[in-house]
Design a protein around this ligand. Structure first.
Ligand code: ATP
Ligand code: MG
Length: 600
């Protein structure tokens, strides 16, 4: 089924030419494939449960198939793209000084108990038992395994820094697997871990991997940003996420329109200042507000701007209740609440909890005369409100002409809200804009979180025992395939960038029953492969229309069609990206392709 290039066909001169032409990544020597003998099950109709363009096209063009929710098979074309993405990742990781290895997916519970994550990871961790009733997990990530290995094998500072990586299947029992490869329950990740004896070394390697990631995503042709991220449950400090800008992204990125500042919206500090209007304070009044629950309804009913309303929310911060105030047109950022209290868990109180703690529905909450023992914190913007409006902690009632300090006290005014479009950029340069992003990579300074928990110590220059300092670095390889697929397509199908297209050329014999056509096509099939082009040969006895539609759907960079003019030695070339079509003598095809690929 698969035609392999014999090693002795790889002449130095041919190799030179291939390198110069910079076509796709090659890693397996399989340069050609007959469509009649492989598995590319294309479909015309749009699969009902595929919501995104990438998911639809990966299914329709026969790259992947779902076997269970969030679990996929990579069919031959999908596998080829995956391999090429992996190869780019490998090249850049190797260049950054990382060494490849392979750790097991099946991990004994004891390791996870040592780090403590056995108890905190939650239902995403796939747990199972062996025949002796011993507990295991299917690895969602490998901090535990790698820390235990390095702990056992390395004792001296002289061996650092050490950077290891692997490309491997990960398991996470995601609550909502979706968008095909984008959020799977079984997916392929490149994960790397670095070990150091000092923080300068960690900083240096972090920057190097950061650069490697930028190279990888640039080489894939992705429109991406590295954004400041939340260190979350990992317990690290510095961390960046690599986000591909896309409408279907689940994360919102706040970026500056005039600098390279970009942050996950949860992480962007608000640097706005607010001026307090110079108005006389009016007498506070309680007014009836039947059926007005949201800020919008209250502001309409009472004819007050939303900027004068005080939005009040009850949060459960670890085991205490806290009232959080922001201006009516702002939203509370619970990560900021969490960071302010340095809490482990922050949750919005449910309507039932609000009822039982403050005796009113959520739409009537306010900071005036709050029950003792409940702390109140407020966003800076609230401090500048004069004669404002807030709930009266009584169903159907609000206060008007409420003034901070005079009518209620707060423990602290601090930054608690989400940044908004139009706010000044936190770096002082320009204005904030929003974009949606797909997280394809994540770099993270772990510090000693795992080494201390798991006893990974080394001896420093003075023979003193110290915990290893660590970093970890992930790329969602299969998710990246989806992100590329999402970015490179049109209404007819994929338009794969040449670096990772499953093949370079789609060779089509229009009428396989016509001997002249068949023969010329066979000849080109052989000669293009000799020139190190990867060729998918549509030799199926199908109608021309079917073959052309499939070729557009599959989206290889160049289509070469052998049709009626085969008798004159003429073939048609079509560039998928630009849709240009032209006829060339078959004898010129090699030079034509060289110049096309150079331009692509
Ligand atoms: P997300 O926030 O999207 O759930 P994460 O922050 O939990 O991802 P990490 O633990 O940082 O993910 O994993 C490293 C990389 O693995 C991510 O940047 C992402 O590209 C990829 N990844 C994570 N979860 C999935 C998944 N369910 N399916 C596919 N790729 C994933
Ligand atoms: Mg992440």
């Amino acid at each position: 089924m698969i035609d392999r290039l014999l090693p002795d066909e790889e002449t130095p001169c041919r190799k030179q030419r291939y390198l110069k032409q910079d076509r796709s990544i090659r890693n397996d020597g399989v340069l050609k494939m007959r469509q009649s003998q492989t598995l590319i099950p294309t479909m015309r109709e749009i699969p009902a449960d595929a919501e995104t363009k990438s998911h639809q096209l990966l299914l329709r063009a026969g790259f992947i198939r779902q076997t269970a929710s969030g679990i996929y098979t990579f069919l031959p074309l999908g596998k080829r793209v995956l391999k090429k993405v992996e190869e780019i990742v490998r090249q850049e990781m190797d260049a950054a000084g990382a060494v490849e290895m392979l750790m097991p997916s099946l991990q004994q519970a004891e390791l996870w108990q040592e780090s403590g994550r056995w108890y905190t990871y939650g239902p995403e961790l796939m747990r199972l038992k062996d025949r002796h009733d011993r507990e295991f997990a299917l690895g969602p990530t490998h901090e535990e395994v790698v820390t235990s290995i390095v702990r056992d094998e390395i004792k001296s500072y002289k061996r650092f820094p050490l950077i290891v990586y692997q490309i491997q299947t990960k398991f996470r029992d995601e609550k909502r697997p979706r968008f095909g490869l984008l959020r799977g329950r079984e997916f392929i990740m490149k994960d790397a871990y670095s070990f150091h004896s000092n923080t300068q070394s960690l900083d240096e390697v972090y920057d190097r991997i950061f650069q490697a990631y930028s190279n990888i995503f640039r080489r894939l042709g992705l429109n991406f940003r590295a954004v400041i991220a939340d260190s979350g449950a990992m317990g690290g400090k510095d961390t960046h996420e690599f986000m591909v800008l896309s409408e279907i992204g689940e994360d919102t990125i706040a970026y500056s329109d005039s600098s390279d500042y970009a942050a996950n919206i949860e992480m962007a500090p608000v640097v706005s200042t607010y001026e307090k209007p110079d108005e006389p304070l009016k007498e506070r009044q309680k007014v009836s507000t039947p059926n007005a629950k949201t800020i919008e309804e209250v502001s309409k009913l009472l004819k007050v701007e939303e900027t004068r309303c005080i939005k009040t929310l009850l949060f459960k911060v670890d085991d205490k209740y806290v009232l959080v105030l922001v201006r009516g047109d702002h939203e509370v950022n619970d990560v900021k609440v969490k960071n302010y209290f340095q809490a482990s868990v922050v949750e919005l109180a449910s309507p039932e909890e609000v009822k039982s703690v403050l005796g009113c529905p959520i739409g009537s909450l306010g900071p005036v005369e709050v029950k003792e023992g409940i702390q109140v914190i407020a966003d800076h913007a609230v401090q500048a409100i004069v004669n404002g409006v807030c709930g009266a902690n009584e169903d159907g009632w609000h206060f008007v002409n409420v003034n901070p300090e005079r009518d209620f006290q707060v423990t602290a005014y601090t930054d608690l809200r989400f940044i908004q479009e139009g706010d000044p950029s936190p770096d002082g340069k320009g204005t904030i804009r929003f974009a949606k992003g797909i997280e394809v990579g994540h770099v993270f300074k772990l510090g000693t979180r795992y080494s201390e928990a798991m006893g990974a110590y080394y001896l420093d220059e003075n023979g003193k025992s110290q915990p290893m300092i660590m970093g970890c670095y992930g790329i969602g390889v299969s998710r990246t395939v989806s992100a590329v697929a999402e970015q490179f397509n049109d209404e007819k199908g994929f338009i794969w960038p040449k670096q990772i297209a499953p093949f370079d050329v789609h060779l089509i014999a229009v009428n396989t029953k016509d001997e002249v056509q068949r023969e010329l096509a066979e000849q080109l099939y052989q000669s293009l492969q000799k020139e190190r082009y990867e060729v998918l040969f549509d030799d199926r006895p199908e109608r021309a229309g079917v073959k052309f539609a499939d070729a557009d759907l599959i989206g290889l960079p160049v289509r070469v069609t052998v049709g009626k003019k085969a008798s004159e030695g003429i073939v048609e070339v079509k560039v998928r990206k630009t849709q240009e079509t032209f006829e060339v003598p078959a004898s010129d095809i090699v030079s034509q392709l060289a110049s096309i690929f150079e331009r692509l």
